[in-house]
Design a protein around this ligand. Structure first.
Ligand SMILES: Cc1ncc(COP(=O)(O)O)c(C=O)c1O
Length: 458
């Protein structure tokens, strides 16, 4: 569903000044209107849809506009700034590389790529022993699909090519990644019956209560698909659309089925990795071993870098020069990623995510008890998907989610626009360096607005 629009005319707002938030002008600010108009005029329409705030400065868990307004950021960009915005250590590492004149390096050997590859292998389980660096999450998921299909055909012949993914999944917006994804409104306009991809219901336990592995097998059988047809299964560790995880027994059974049938299990960690879920990688909550993981976003706290990390037998299927990219392991991005991973380590941000995640999910559970517009909350660590519904139903309420998002930024707390089915899910995912005090302040604002909406509706 396309994002709903925010007011384009400046709105006078009550002034706010706290340790972490400052609202002191109308929003959008009158002086920002020409920039907003230029973006609307010159860019593709698809780039519209976020709150009309000019990002000017960012530090740790705060974002500021040029007019003195300051927000507690619960967006992390779009789950990017795991170590925090504007970290000096990340900037210094990039500057050092830039000073060497190494703005790019293609596939020629260089130190930063070697250092990052080693570090990524160190922080992932031992059996994941090879890495391939790319630029975006979509490239990483498409690469994983290619690796799985190549493996499938080598084991089971031309027929073993299908990739099973899940309804409402998001794996990126390049064509292959989008075909793998399961967002109905996107598929309407790009989907030709492509036999490569097949989507089955995701066992989230809320919209879909059929969470047994037999239900997954039943969905495949219903389409005459057997294990012999399947090269790979790919899922987001948690569904980006809602924040929901699959049940552990489901994932254990899926792992066993993939093992028995030479099927590659791919976990898309583009959102879930690098401490977001209170563990280094979100899949660690399942206690299973994926064959390939796809990483991006929080890997570098901002610079465009992604990674496919997998078993050597899969990663080495192509010969020298056969799987490359112009910007693979860009030296500046590699330095940023290394510095960001080191910050996550040295500041204990995975532990902070786990610990503050308990506070976040505890407060949301209390709010859910009180407010029937809040259908359910999902997530682990510092990521929560809060689904707004029409009272007494599970039907998403995109209008309410949108109105809450708007009131939040008007009161100094920033999220990106609602996502998920019907645009009904607000995602709360601050940088992992947020303090308890700031998180409590932001959750206080969110709860107050949800209570006001609840009152207005009932
Ligand atoms: C789970 C997941 N996979 C893949 C992607 C695509 O990443 P990118 O936008 O960097 O191409 C995203 C982006 O939101 C994502 O959330």
């Amino acid at each position: 569903m396309a994002s709903l629009p925010y007011p384009k005319e400046p709105r006078e707002l009550p002034k706010i000044e706290t340790a972490h938030r400052r609202i002191q002008s109308p929003i959008p600010h009158p002086d920002s209107l020409s920039l907003l108009k230029d973006l609307e005029h010159f860019e593709a329409r698809s780039m519209q849809g976020q709150p009309p705030i000019i990002w000017h400065k960012a530090e740790r868990f705060n974002v500021e506009d040029p007019y003195g307004n300051r927000w507690i950021d619960l967006s992390s960009g779009v789950l990017v700034a795991n170590a925090g915005h504007g970290r000096e250590e990340v900037r210094a590492a990039m500057e050092e590389e830039l000073a060497q004149g190494l703005h790019h390096c293609y596939c020629f050997p260089h130190q930063a790529r070697a250092d990052l590859a080693r570090k990524l292998i160190e922080i992932t389980p031992d059996y994941l022993d090879k890495v391939f660096l790319l630029t975006t999450g979509s490239e990483a998921t498409e690469c994983a699909i290619k690796l799985a299909r190549t493996h499938g055909v080598s084991k089971g012949g031309d027929k073993k090519k299908r990739i099973v993914t899940f309804n409402n999944a998001f794996h990126g917006r390049t064509l292959g990644a989008q075909l793998a994804g399961g967002i109905p409104s996107l598929k309407e306009w790009i989907h030709q019956p492509d036999p490569t991809f097949v989507q089955v219901p995701f066992p989230d336990g809320y919209a879909n209560t059929q969470v047994a592995f037999e239900d997954f097998l039943g969905s495949l059988e219903g389409r005459d698909i057997t294990a012999d047809d399947v090269a790979g299964v790919m899922l987001e560790t948690y569904q980006g659309a809602t924040g929901s995880f699959a049940p552990v027994p489901f994932m254990e059974a899926l792992r066993a089925w993939c093992d028995e049938n030479e099927i590659v299990l791919i976990l898309d960690e583009v959102q879930a990795g690098f401490g977001r879920c209170g563990k280094w990688f979100g899949f660690m909550h399942y206690g299973i071993e994926p064959d390939i993981i796809c990483c991006g976003k929080g890997i570098s706290s901002g610079m465009p870098l992604s990674a496919v990390i997998g078993r050597q037998s899969l990663m080495d299927q192509f010969g020298p020069g056969e799987m490359t990219s112009t910007h693979s392991g860009n030296p500046v991005c590699c330095r940023a990623a290394l510095a960001s991973v080191q910050l996550i380590e040295s500041e204990g941000l995975v532990g902070n995510s786990e610990c503050l995640g308990e506070l976040l999910h505890g407060k949301l559970a209390e709010l859910q008890q009180e407010c029937s517009i809040l259908g359910c909350t999902h997530g682990k660590g510092l990521i929560a998907g809060v689904r707004f519904v029409r009272p007494g139903t599970k039907e998403p309420n995109g209008e309410v989610a949108h109105a809450i998002t708007q009131t939040m930024y008007e009161r100094g707390v920033l999220t990106f626009s609602p996502v998920g089915p019907g645009g009904g899910t607000i995602k709360l995912n601050p940088p992992l360096c947020i303090t308890q005090e700031a998180l409590e302040e932001a959750l206080g604002v969110f709860s107050e607005i949800v209570r006001e909406k609840q009152k207005e509706i009932s």
